[in-house]
Design a protein around this ligand. Sequence first.
Ligand code: UDP
Length: 285
Amino acid sequence: MKEISVLGVRLSVTDKQEIRHAVSAAIREGTKLSLVAINARKIVRAADHEEVRRLLDTFDIFLADGASVVKAAEVPVERITGVDLMEDLCAHADDLGLSIFLYGAALQNNLKAQEVLRARYPGIRIVGYCSGYDDGDVREKINASHANVVFVAKGTPAQEKWIAENKEKTCANVYLGVGGAFDILSGSLVRAPRWIQNLGFEWLFRMILEPRRFSQLPELIRFERMNRKDRKRRQVKENENRKTRNQCSGTGVYRSADRSRPCAGGTSCEGVRCQSESAQEPGGR
Ligand code: UDP
């Protein structure tokens, strides 16, 4: 699976179909596959704390969960949130041979989420569950259920830590952190309408619904700053590379990007002038 890096954090360039294949392969071959949803907050925390970076590095697939992460990526990546991927896997549960364990959220939301999933996807096999607030025996419950997929809804970073620490101690093959997915499925949390998601403002919608999330604003602003700085750095580097490529060997004279024609102005030009021309070329996004 192709990977890029956004501010030092790995991001998988993938789609739901490829992920379904990876899930199916992990189950067939009896291997472990853990997936983490990457958003701006996680990237900022990884930049600040080495242990967060190390924790994220234990995962296998890195979903572009946040709209700002999708925007920051150097190549086009599909936005895949934890909740969307969970629903996609549930929709294909029968074909993929999934037996599912739901771990996390308040008990009533966990139970309601199961009810909704069973109604939506009739062939689905939900073989066990555990609330996220009374979970001393969750490992035993998972192992007794023989689940091959565990959706973990405990919030960040608790769910990522739990997956990293427990995936080898429990029987399932696939572990996905899904944040507030069970609350959304149960109807106790409203997700932003599709048009707001498409505009990239789901985070703002959630902040308005849950004002405590406004405390996350500084991290989001910091992400934008870090991203802008990184983009500038990449643009400078790109311009330098372009200059080197365009430099006529041995003469010290620069030409336009198209070597068959001279720079604007009709004649080959001096380095200084081309430097300023290349600086005006759009380098990044
Ligand atoms: N949660 C839980 N146990 C805890 C704390 C939280 O099961 O000790 C659940 C909570 O009920 C909610 C989910 O974790 O269903 C957190 O969702 P949130 O949207 O806050 O996740 P985040 O945005 O932090 O990934």
